[in-house]
Design a protein around this ligand. Structure first.
Ligand SMILES: [Zn+2]
Length: 445
């Protein structure tokens, strides 16, 4: 379906500017103001929607435009909250929605009020043009993603799963391109690692610091922590990783294929992958080929001359799809080796990993649209090392794909940073790509 053009873009931009001017910093969130604002926009267009407010101020909105039922629904999801911003550090006010220097400035302009404004605009224009979709189009713009989703998607998926059931969902988490050989590779997030946070506790003999003891809890803990800092847990090729590597080979040609094979044969560690990819990509990729452990918090002793009897460390563990705490812990114990006997390991928090099949019909629509608007580019599936609201929706059996595209020059690293801004040409590009992808997925024939 032909992109409606300037008028649609201007409307999306106005919508984004309005959303940026509503301060939904989380905490406290106050997303209900943004949800009510979208409710007005959608109601004016005759699109039915409902605002939920499970706790004061924590608002989410779900809208549905019915299709003729030949296909299962498409869910367009995104969050309304943003991380806080220190106004004095910014060039333009973070909640001002300033359009300047060819960009739209503000907290949330990249994460992810741009996508939410885009979804609403696409939905409104499909309706306004009288298109007759073969499936329902659902919009869910929710609270609290930046703080774990408790008052947003986690609540909605638990209390109203029927509103979210769909053949597929599009979400944040992918779409930033990187260079692969000569081509731009656009990422499409198809999986998210899970969390398994650990506490290590070492116990020993307490005593006076003037007399060194063999059984020192601090030393035992330090050995275990150092061990976890040094090892790479075993390589596991998940289906998402296989699909990603296949895409690399397809985009980069036989030479890249050989280099990747060698890097994997060498262990697929960061230093192996740096021979094929830019360093930051290599580090991220290495972390999606294995379970990982990062020691983060240490606690022991309170006085220089007292040997404490207990020392503890907290470890940020991340598990691949297919793992659960028991199997993950088995790998960690192996990695500890001899130091395993020195520490007690307990799980302090877990959240399951999640993955969606790749490819899928919606992914083929994304691919076809990219081929049209970014000729010569390629689509590369990947797994996030962190988590988005996508996990709550995947658990309902809905495959979720993180994809909202950006042009290569967009400073996507500013997503939680100072001077977060979205270049206008990129927003227009994203709108075109997603208009094409959504309409081709939803319109029959
Ligand atoms: Zn986000």
């Amino acid at each position: 379906m032909e992109f409606p053009g300037d008028e649609m873009y201007r409307e999306a931009k106005d919508l984004l500017v309005s959303l940026l001017r509503i301060d939904t910093s989380n905490p406290p969130g106050n997303e209900v103001e943004a949800a009510r604002f979208l409710e007005d926009v959608l109601r004016r267009e005759g699109i039915s929607c409902q605002v939920f407010e499970p706790a004061p101020g924590r608002g989410s909105i779900v809208a549905r435009w019915p299709g003729d039922g030949r296909g299962q629904p498409l869910l367009l999801m995104g969050h309304l909250d943003v991380v806080p911003a220190r106004a004095e550090d910014w060039r333009y006010p973070p909640f001002g929605g300033t359009v300047a220097e060819g960009a739209i400035w503000g907290r949330g302009s990249l994460d992810c009020k741009d996508m939410v404004a885009g979804w609403v605009t696409i939905l409104v224009w499909m309706k306004r043009l009288g298109l007759e979709p073969a499936r329902d189009v659902i919009l869910a713009a929710t609270a609290d993603e930046e703080a774990g989703g408790t008052w947003g998607m986690a609540w909605l998926a638990r209390e109203h799963p029927e509103l979210l059931r769909a053949e597929a969902a599009l979400n944040e988490g992918g779409g930033a391109p990187f260079t692969l050989g000569e081509r731009h590779a656009f990422t499409c997030q198809a999986a998210e690692k899970g969390v398994c946070w650990l506490r290590l506790t070492a116990r020993g003999q307490a005593g006076h610091g003037s007399v060194p003891l063999a059984d020192n809890a601090v030393v035992k803990l330090a050995r275990a922590v150092a061990r976890l800092g040094e090892v790479d847990l075993p390589l596991h090729l998940t289906p998402t990783a296989e699909a990603m590597l296949a895409a690399f080979v397809e985009a980069g040609g036989p030479a890249v294929g050989r280099a990747i094979k060698q890097a994997l044969a060498a262990g697929g560690r960061r230093e192996d992958l740096e021979r094929v990819l830019p360093p930051e990509k290599a580090a991220a990729l290495a972390a999606t080929l294995r379970n990982t452990v990062s020691p983060t918090v240490l606690a022991a002793g309170s006085k220089t001359n007292v040997i404490p009897s207990v020392a503890t460390a907290e470890v940020d563990g991340r598990m691949l799809p297919g793992f659960e705490p028991q199997t993950f812990l088995a790998e960690v114990r192996d990695a500890l080796g001899e130091a395993a006997g020195d520490v007690q390991v307990e799980v302090i928090m877990t959240d399951q990993p999640s993955a969606s099949p790749f490819p899928a019909p919606i992914v083929e629509c994304l691919r076809a649209s990219l081929a049209r608007h970014a000729p010569g580019s390629t689509l590369v599936p990947f797994m996030s090392t962190g988590m988005t609201d996508g996990r709550f929706v995947r658990r309902l059996g809905v495959p979720v794909y993180g994809f909202w595209p950006y042009l290569p020059h967009v400073p996507v690293h500013l997503a939680h940073g100072t001077d977060e801004r979205l270049p206008e040409d990129s927003f227009r590009f994203a709108l075109q790509v997603m208009w094409d992808a959504v309409t081709s997925f939803c319109l029959p024939g």
